[in-house]
Each structure stands twice: as C-alpha cells, then as structure tokens.
Design a protein around this ligand. Structure first.
Ligand SMILES: O=C(O)c1cc(C(=O)O)c2c(n1)C(=O)C(=O)c1cc(C(=O)O)[nH]c1-2
Length: 231
C-alpha cells in the first residue's frame, strides 16, 4: 500500500484525536459543566497523579532508544519538565500543589497502594508500551499531546468558573503546560512525520496513538466507576 503524504498522514492522526481523545469522555464533560462533586474532583486529581509521576519514567525509556544526540537533548527536557531540578520546580510538584488545593496531602498522592486498579493497569500499560516498542511507535504514543492545549485552556477557564473552592494557584500545572507543550508537539510531529515514511510505519504510529487514547479513556472510566455519580 502507498504511504500517505505528510499532509494526509497528519490529518489522519488529528482525526483520531477528534474521535477518541479523552476530552469526549463523560467524566471530562461533567468536569467542564461544573457537575463534579468535591470527592469526584479529588478522585480524579489523586489518580491522574499516578499518570503524572510515570510520564518521566516512560520518557526515560524512550530516551534510551531515540536516535541521535540532538533528539536526545530535546527529549531529555521532557523529563526535566516533570521531575524539575534544583531551583526549578517541575510538573510533579505543581501537581502536588493541585492535590493540596483540592484537599489531598502529599503523602496521599505518593501512596501508590491507593491508586485505583484500572488506573494502575492503564498507566503501567503505557509505560510498558514505551519500554517494549520501537522508538517511533513509543514517540507516536505521545501524540495525544497534539490535542491537549485546547483541552487545557478550556479546563483552566471552566474549573476556575465552576469550582471556586479550588485555589487558583492549584491550576498552575495547567498554565505551565500551555507554555511547555508547543515545543513538545513540534518535536513529536517532526519525529513522526519525518520518520514514518512507509505505510506500515504510518499505520503503526496511528495504532500507537489509538492505544494512548485508550489509556487516557480507561483512566477516566476507572475514576468514574469508583467516584462518579450514576448520572
Ligand atoms: O491534562 C491533560 O488532559 C493532559 C493530557 C496529556 C495527554 O494527552 O497525554 C498530557 C498532559 N495533560 C500533560 O500535562 C503532559 O505533560 C503530557 C505528556 C504526555 C505524554 O504522553 O508524553 N501526555 C501529556
């Protein structure tokens, strides 16, 4: 089968997000409409934290495989963005502040025994995918980030409006991601579009993106089942 042109391939990747990204999940829609209870919001923050702490772990697996020094220099910044370094608090610390803003303690967030089984299963599957798969597919699985900026902007606006009990400093994680994410997205697209040149590679990248949409969707399924109201 013929390979897609770069434009067709990118359009195909974007259409996957339009249909399968977690912005469409009922739990997310309820977050935006303001109908989550405090317990539901806390449940989401607590369980998403397990995803957050594992992002630099999966990025470290990819770092061992990604070709070339220039790519490694760019990729390593993703780990720093989350883990931080001296004098530069990273994303994980910012998420701890979101946790504190919704009434969770640092200890509760880091207690891996209280992560929901479905969340653990989904996040561990994502880390394992990035450990096992060829670098191109591992990188492609991060392409959900293409769809995150719109969602993050809406989340900042809607959470500020509907959940006034959450202190605005708690949303700093999302504001910081809006500034960091464009460089990640540019690098991801460059790697995937330039290197997936055969139809087989393009299909494998599209499947990796679908798999990642499933990870994020399953995370919200688990949170909804455990904390959600039946509505
Ligand atoms: O809040 C969100 O909806 C959301 C989604 C995603 C995503 O689509 O995977 C990421 C993030 N946030 C995020 O903050 C982040 O740092 C991030 C890294 C990655 C990744 O797979 O490498 N996804 C995401």
């Amino acid at each position: 089968m013929n390979a897609w042109s770069a434009e067709e391939f990118e359009a195909r990747l974007r259409s996957i997000g339009e249909k399968q990204y977690h912005h469409l999940h009922p739990f997310n829609e309820r977050m935006h409409s303001g109908s989550l209870t405090e317990e539901e919001f806390r449940g989401w923050v607590r369980n998403r934290f397990y995803y957050q702490v594992n992002l630099p772990v999966k990025d470290a697996f990819i770092l061992t495989k990604i070709p070339g020094r220039d790519n490694r220099r760019r990729w390593i910044q993703r780990i720093i963005d989350h883990d931080g370094r001296t004098g530069d608090e990273g994303g994980i610390e910012k998420w701890v502040r979101l946790g504190e803003a919704v009434g969770l303690t640092r200890q509760e967030l880091f207690d891996s025994d209280t992560v929901l089984p479905g969340v653990r299963f989904a996040v561990d599957a994502y880390v394992d995918f990035c450990r096992r798969k060829p670098w191109l597919e591992s990188v492609a699985s991060a392409l959900t980030e293409l769809f995150a900026p719109d969602l993050l902007s809406r989340r900042i606006a809607d959470v500020s409006q509907h959940y006034p009990w959450i202190a605005t400093e708690g949303l700093e994680y999302f504001r910081a991601r809006l500034t960091q994410q464009p460089k990640d997205i540019a690098h991801l697209l460059e790697l995937v579009i330039d290197h997936a040149t055969s139809r087989e590679q393009q299909d494998a990248c599209a499947r990796a993106l679908e798999f990642k949409c499933d990870v994020l969707w399953s995370l919200l399924d688990a949170v909804q089942l455990a904390y959600g109201k039946s509505s």
